[in-house]
Design a binder for this molecule. Structure first.
Ligand SMILES: C[S@@+](CC[C@H](N)C(=O)[O-])C[C@H]1O[C@@H](n2cnc3c(N)ncnc32)[C@H](O)[C@@H]1O
Length: 252
């Protein structure tokens, strides 16, 4: 057996030994994720979690949310499990990670893993940009993926997307807009004035911010009621602002 294969076997064995944290066959939990977590808390997923810095930190910071970190590579799931366990140990002195599932899976199959409405939020953090036009279909913000997200998200579902790639962001703005998703909180330089610690940085983000690169971000909402509430809030804010300017003009 080659070293490479033996390495892979060891990684797989380590994943199989952590069924309370690592899910290798997510399709079997379709419609039953709340049984896995043992509660009815909302479920937020990061599609393409990498080494798991973001999702581990989110799970520690927000115990009332159930988190799923998904990636296609066994090795990244293994590293994510180590990171999450270490963080829960150091910050909560806990031997287990109660509100996190690390899923080895492909976003292509999202609708085979979740029932309609089973998720409340999807994070797309620094998704691979696939810069060549012939690979556009692989971008995780391609309309064909957005349709999958709409399918599995609940009526109050949201997508939060961050990237360092201007071309991916530009493509994604069109994609979201063509899929009739209501975008909000769009930023072309997220950490312009100071690091937005409230938003939890990912591994890639930490690296790019360190290099002084701008981070592009947007949120998109799914349900018609949430979209209408957002538009009402924008209209109210605008009216408030116009009244304020009017009063100021009269005073001068
Ligand atoms: C550029 S990395 C970003 C990692 C992390 N989100 C961050 O911000 O540091 C993109 C990750 O997405 C994963 N990925 C790409 N396509 C995927 C797919 N179809 N399904 C699941 N994961 C995917 C890759 O394996 C990789 O770990």
């Amino acid at each position: 057996m080659s070293l490479r294969l033996r390495g892979r076997k060891n990684i797989r064995e380590s994943l199989e030994q952590q069924p309370e944290l690592v899910v290798l066959d997510p399709q079997t939990l379709k419609g039953r994720w709340h049984e896995f977590f043992g509660n009815d808390h909302p479920i937020h997923i990061e599609c393409g979690m990498g080494k798991g810095q973001f999702i581990s930190r989110m799970s520690v910071n927000n115990p009332e949310i159930n988190y799923i970190g998904m990636d296609i590579y066994d090795e990244l799931i293994r590293r994510g499990s180590e990171k999450a366990r270490a963080l829960w140990k150091s910050e909560k002195n806990a031997d287990n990670v109660p509100n996190l599932a690390l899923v080895r899976g492909n976003v292509e199959l999202l609708d085979e893993m979740f029932e309609p409405g089973e998720l409340e939020r999807i994070y797309l953090n620094f998704s691979d940009p696939w810069p060549k036009a012939k690979h556009a279909r692989r971008r995780l913000t391609h309309p064909r993926f957005l349709e999958k997200y709409k399918h599995v998200l609940s009526e109050i579902g949201e997508i939060h997307f961050k990237t360092d790639s201007l071309t991916l962001f530009e493509f994604s703005l069109n994609s979201f807009s063509n899929t009739e998703l209501q975008m909000r909180n769009i930023s072309l330089d997220l950490h312009r004035t100071e690091i937005r610690e409230d938003l939890v940085l990912t591994e890639y983000e930490t690296k790019f911010v360190g290099q002084g690169m701008p981070i592009y971000r947007l949120e998109a909402v799914i349900g018609k009621e949430v979209q209408a509430a957002h538009r009402r809030k924008v209209a109210e804010d605008l009216e408030h602002e116009m009244r304020r300017v009017h009063v100021k003009d009269e005073e001068e």
